[in-house]
Design a protein. Structure first.
Length: 179
């Protein structure tokens, strides 16, 4: 094919596109669509968005009772999800996240050689059982702005089992708090 044939093909394609564009303008002018008088569905938004979140706050378990009875094997199975980003060895280098060896009782954002997010660096209070229990439910909800993209564990028993397993990852495990 010579250039004349290519020009005819390109002209036909452009002409067709212009026709479709013009057809759209004509259709908008001819058919006026008015908004519905009543919406198909109504989304109710509470006036005070803080109240429902506070009302649904989960009570912390009695760690003195639940940690000794926790299923360590199930906790280890749950830790497989954590191993996508973390390691469990004492002298292991972290992957995307820091090593979790000795996490219970360790100060937040304190693992040497790891670059934490600004949100995680905002506080260096220790990871207690309470804090870890809440954090593991929704990491980005507990520390907004964290780089940890894990959605969390919703079931309280899963978090308890995981905490019991994390407690074993230490030469001297953190004491179980008395009620």
């Amino acid at each position: 094919m010579d250039s004349w044939e290519w020009n005819k093909i390109a002209g036909a394609v452009l002409g067709f596109l212009l026709f479709i564009l013009a057809l759209g303008f004509v259709a908008e002018a001819v058919f006026k669509v008015s908004p519905p008088q009543k919406p198909g569905y109504a989304v109710e938004v509470p006036e005070n968005l803080e109240a429902p979140a506070a009302a649904t706050a989960e009570a912390l378990p009695d760690f003195a009772a639940v940690l000794p009875a926790a299923d360590l094997a199930h906790g280890k199975d749950l830790f497989l999800r954590c191993q996508q980003c973390h390691v469990e060895t004492k002298d292991g280098r972290g992957k995307i996240g820091p090593t979790l060896w000795g996490i219970v009782g360790r100060a937040r954002a304190s693992h040497p050689g790891f670059s934490y997010s600004t949100a995680m660096n905002a506080a260096h209070d220790p990871w207690t059982y309470d804090r870890l229990f809440v954090f593991l439910k929704a990491p980005s909800g507990e520390v907004p702005g964290t780089r940890m993209s894990y959605a969390g564990l919703r079931a309280a028993q899963d978090r308890t089992d995981l905490l019991a397993y994390l407690r074993t990852l230490d030469d001297t495990p953190a004491p179980i708090p008395a009620k």
